[in-house]
Structure formats: C-alpha cells, structure tokens
Design a protein around this ligand. Structure first.
Ligand SMILES: [Zn+2]
Length: 198
C-alpha cells in the first residue's frame, strides 16, 4: 500500500486529460525520485500559475489580468467575435494571427453522451455580449467533430433574431479535427475562407 500522500497525488494527476491512474502513478514515482529538481520545479510552477493566472470575466480566456490582454486591446476589432470551445482553441487561432477580433470561450461543447447541456456552457455570457450591441459578425470556430458542429448549430439558432452575421470556419478542416492540433497555415486558411452558416 502506498502512503496517503502518494494516493492523493496520484488521484489528482489521474484526472488530467490523457493521464490514467497507471501513468499518474508512474509520474508520481518519477517525481519523488527527482525531489530536488523536477518536483520542486513543478511545485513552483503550479504555485506561480495559481497566484498569477485568472479567468477573464469577459471572454473566458486565461491570462494574468482580468479583462485579459485580448479583451483590453483597443486595436482589436470588437465588432467581430469568434466563439471557441476551449481556451486552447483560442490560443491556437490567435497563433495563426489572422483573426483580429475578440473571442468568447464556451468552456466545452454540447454533448448528450457526456451530459453537457446548454446551461453548462457560457452561452448566456455570449448572448449578453451580443445583446449589448457593437458586434457585427460572430465567427463559429467549433471543432470539426459531431459535438462541435451540434454546438455551432445550436448557437446559430440562438442568434437568429440578433442583427449579426454568423459565419463559421471553412471546412478545409479535417473531419474530427480539433483546432489546437492543426498547423497555423490550415487554421489561417480556415479563418480566411470562413463562410455564412447555412
Ligand atoms: Zn478576455
């Protein structure tokens, strides 16, 4: 039997995406053997993240300030709002440097399988921002997965009565493709060739 401390850390790590209980336990043992190097570094890095990073109250981005640097940047075009599933998608799109508007992070995608309902995602915040005015175009940048597309359709329906143009990324995106795995050229092309939602 491992000690309670090891069990607790293993359980915490095994909740990370892509890390099951076995690899979590391996990681814990690996860290214990490297107490003064890797473990100390990890503790410091986690502490720094905890201290410094906050969720942006406007768009849901993660940054050292609230509102985040993107929301606070007057050079960015507030008339164009790009809706993404996750913060990682926002960062991927922003690396492609082709979208100069602002963002809105939903915090996931609708999923009957995982029991994710509209009220679990940041739709209300999105509708408030659009209802407040000043937005001309909403770019739906969901992943090219079934759930991503279901989410995009749901948003398009909710926006029907708002005076905004609703577009979505061009599907040069591979089916099943998740935005943060795509190279910047593909993403840039998908933004450039965005088209109205039919
Ligand atoms: Zn923000």
């Amino acid at each position: 039997m491992a000690s309670q401390e090891i069990e607790t850390l293993t359980a915490a790590l095994s909740r990370l995406p892509g890390l099951g209980p076995r690899s979590a336990r391996r990681a814990v043992l690996w860290l214990i053997k490297r107490r003064e190097t890797a473990l100390v570094q990890l503790v410091d890095a986690l502490g720094a993240v905890r201290e410094a990073l906050v969720e942006c109250g406007v768009c849901g981005n993660v940054d050292t300030t609230d509102p985040c640097a993107i929301c606070a940047d007057p050079r960015r075009d507030a008339r164009s709002l790009c809706v993404v599933e996750e913060v990682a998608d926002l960062w991927a799109l922003d690396r492609a440097r082709l979208f100069t508007g602002k963002y809105h992070v939903l915090g996931g995608r609708l999923s009957a399988l995982d029991g994710v309902r509209p009220e679990d995602l940041a739709f209300d915040g999105l509708l408030h921002r659009i209802a407040a005015g000043g937005v001309d175009e909403v770019v739906l940048a969901m992943n090219a997965t079934l759930e991503g597309q279901t989410t995009a359709h749901y948003i398009a329906e909710r926006l029907e009565n708002f005076p905004v143009r609703v577009t979505q990324l061009a599907h040069g995106l591979p089916v099943g493709g998740e935005l943060d795995y795509l190279d910047e050229g593909t993403l840039a092309q998908a933004i450039r060739a965005r088209r109205p939602v039919s």
